[in-house]
Ligand binder design. Structure first.
Ligand code: C5P
Length: 235
């Protein structure tokens, strides 16, 4: 494919058109934001880690029967993916209490949940991605019941696969956020990224954070942590 004009620029990625109307190229940046954009910075080589890691994970998920947007890695920071309309839902799965859940529910971070939790937020920067349930999504026309059923099925499947993938790297999967898209024929596929920006990863032995919380919470060591996750998962 041949890359054309930039279609969209987000906080951590740019998306470019290609000569194929059904394919776009994603470019991963090192820019990082936290606290709803209040904190801005960069994590050196984050774009490389997120690109390579997300691609490796998407390929494994695809093999496990979860359709994804992944097409082909171009280089360290660029990947061709299927062009989709993003469903405006942040789909979050939690295995262990942390972050906003711990705050909202008064449950100590690190508490194992009895069953995984599926959460939806409305993807809307102005409203700060409010927590919703599937009735909100239906009532506001964000997704159909059929789409919500597919998204729910895939989200729990991703969780099962991701727990195993991370376990093999001695990493505990605390929680993660995924997004889905619609292809032109209306098929729901996994889109966006799966990376230390969008997941909480804790070292199984030491409990140390290996994810963006290091940046969000000013704990430091984020560059090394991202490299460590990449090393453990793809060598
Ligand atoms: O902050 P919270 O506890 O709700 O985050 C849950 C999970 O979703 C975390 O893994 C976090 O990295 C991810 N997340 C994200 N993008 C957001 C909000 C949360 O990737 N806008």
């Amino acid at each position: 494919f041949e890359t054309k004009e930039m279609l969209y620029e987000g906080k951590a990625k740019q998306v470019f058109a290609t000569n194929d109307e059904n394919i776009v190229m994603v470019h991963y940046k090192d820019d990082a934001t936290a606290g709803d954009g209040a904190k801005k910075g960069t994590i050196k080589d984050k774009g490389i880690v997120n690109n390579k890691l997300s691609n490796a994970i998407m390929q494994k998920l695809e093999k496990a029967g979860i359709p994804t947007h992944y097409v082909e890695e171009v280089n360290d920071r660029d990947t061709f993916v299927k062009k989709v309309d993003i469903v405006p839902l942040e789909v979050i799965i939690r295995n262990v209490a942390a972050g906003s859940f711990s705050k909202r529910m008064g449950v100590e971070e690190g508490t194992e949940l009895l069953t995984p939790i599926l959460e939806f937020s409305y993807k809307n920067d102005d409203l700060h991605d409010p927590l919703i349930n599937h009735y909100y999504a239906l009532a506001l026309g964000l997704a159909t019941q059929e789409e919500i059923d597919k998204i729910t099925e895939y989200a729990f499947k991703v969780n099962e696969q991701l727990i195993d993938i991370m376990d093999a790297a001695n990493i505990r999967l605390i929680d993660f956020k995924i997004e889905f898209g619609r292809t032109p024929d209306g098929t729901i596929i996994l889109a966006d990224e799966i990376s230390p920006d969008t997941c909480r990863f804790w070292d199984k032995t030491t409990g140390e954070h290996l994810d963006k919380d290091l940046f969000r919470r000013d704990l430091g060591g984020e560059q090394g942590a991202y490299q460590e996750v990449m090393k453990r998962l793809i060598g």
